[in-house]
Design a protein around this ligand. Structure first.
Ligand code: KG4
Ligand code: ZN
Length: 335
């Protein structure tokens, strides 16, 4: 079966055509980074306007590139939640219009479910497995026992890790999104500064990143002659350390020896390197998508959409975007 997938939850407008038998037919992603860069972060209203401007030209581009006949799709998958509400509304409306036009079913997808299943686009993972979702909006650990069976193990109590990358990048006068900038800069620096790893010994599986961000802010005030490269490397070392410690704790607590690390921050080169190291040392299987599938894309929405459609789930034409429905709640509602 073939789906058209629509993803507009944040600042990427993404569309994909995916065949459940043969894999990806094609996908397109338009980043709005240039639009938001002057503001140092995503401006919600601008994001929605950009999605509105770009969705149809992007669909046109996807059709031209693939030569695919859109009437041949079996259903339309779309991100229902979570995300910037105005941005989601644009994508949901678009998905509904296409579904109505071609008389095809609509299949809702949770953005985090999309991220979790991004690894399956390259390699199927045996259940159960642990999923560490690290993105601009989330830092969550889930136990995944099957498609639709998710148990929340812990998450950030304040900033998401991607958000802290973006904020630290802003402090250093780097562009938006800050994650890739810090990644690049840190390669030329040394982790010379000792920064805190908040909550990493708290005994539970929750995270905190705002203290680390504040520690970087204080460091920049105190140190007059710092090299940005060294600050970036020190921050990154601490952030990755926190993620690793909590993941190891989750492996220990659950006894599950398969870990998927997904979401935009999983594109980070130091994170990938450290996770590879510890997975070998501690004997768990590690799954990280290719960087292109780590950050927001519509192929992951298509993959999760296929699994949901196979369960017989479709949405009515009056379905509406939801700003922040927890993954477990979503899975129950659409089962
Ligand atoms: O999953 P994603 O594309 O969108 C959300 O769902 O939020 O994640 C975006 C986040 C941003 O905070 C961005 O700075 C971060 O992922 N990111 C990175 C890297 N590439 C993207 N963070 C660290 N290193 C990277 N290479
Ligand atoms: Zn995302």
């Amino acid at each position: 079966m073939i789906t058209l997938a629509v993803e507009t939850s944040c600042d990427e407008t993404a569309l994909a055509l995916y065949d459940s038998e043969k894999g990806a037919i094609g996908d397109v992603i338009l980043s709005q980074a240039k639009v938001h860069s002057p503001f140092g972060g995503v401006v919600p209203e601008l994001s929605a306007r950009e999605h509105t401007r770009n969705l149809l030209p992007l669909l046109d581009l996807l059709m031209k590139r693939t030569g695919f006949d859109l009437t041949k799709i079996d259903f339309v998958s779309f991100t229902l939640t979570p995300g910037l509400i105005l941005s989601l509304v644009v994508g949901v409306s678009f998905a509904k219009a296409v579904a109505y036009l071609y008389r095809k079913p609509l299949v809702p997808v949770h953005h985090l479910e999309g991220h979790i299943y991004s690894v399956f686009l390259e390699k199927e993972v045996e259940y159960p497995f642990l999923a560490l979702i690290v993105s601009g909006g989330h830092t969550d650990l889930y136990l995944v026992e099957d498609f639709g069976r998710y148990t929340f193990l812990g998450g950030t109590l304040d900033d998401a890790v991607g958000e802290s990358y973006d904020k630290v990048a802003k402090m250093l006068g780097l562009g938006y999104p800050g994650g890739p900038e810090i990644d690049r800069l840190a390669k030329k620096g040394k982790p010379l500064y000792e920064l805190p790893r908040p909550m990493s010994d708290s005994g539970d599986l929750n995270f905190s990143f705002s203290g680390l961000k504040t520690a970087v802010m204080n460091l920049l005030k105190k140190e007059k002659n710092f090299r940005k490269e060294d600050v970036a490397a020190s921050f990154q070392e601490a952030a990755v350390d926190i993620l690793i410690r909590k993941t190891l704790m989750a492996v220990e607590k659950t006894g599950v020896k398969r870990v998927a690390v997904v979401g935009g921050v999983s594109a980070n080169s130091r994170l990938r390197e450290r996770f590879r190291q510890v997975s070998e040392e501690r004997g768990f299987k590690l799954y990280i998508p290719s960087p292109r599938l780590s950050t927001d894309n519509a192929l992951m929405i298509a993959y999760a959409g296929v699994l949901r459609f196979k369960r017989g789930v479709t949405a009515p034409l009056d379905v509406n975007a939801q700003p922040n429905t927890p993954l477990e709640e979503f899975a129950k509602e659409w089962s």
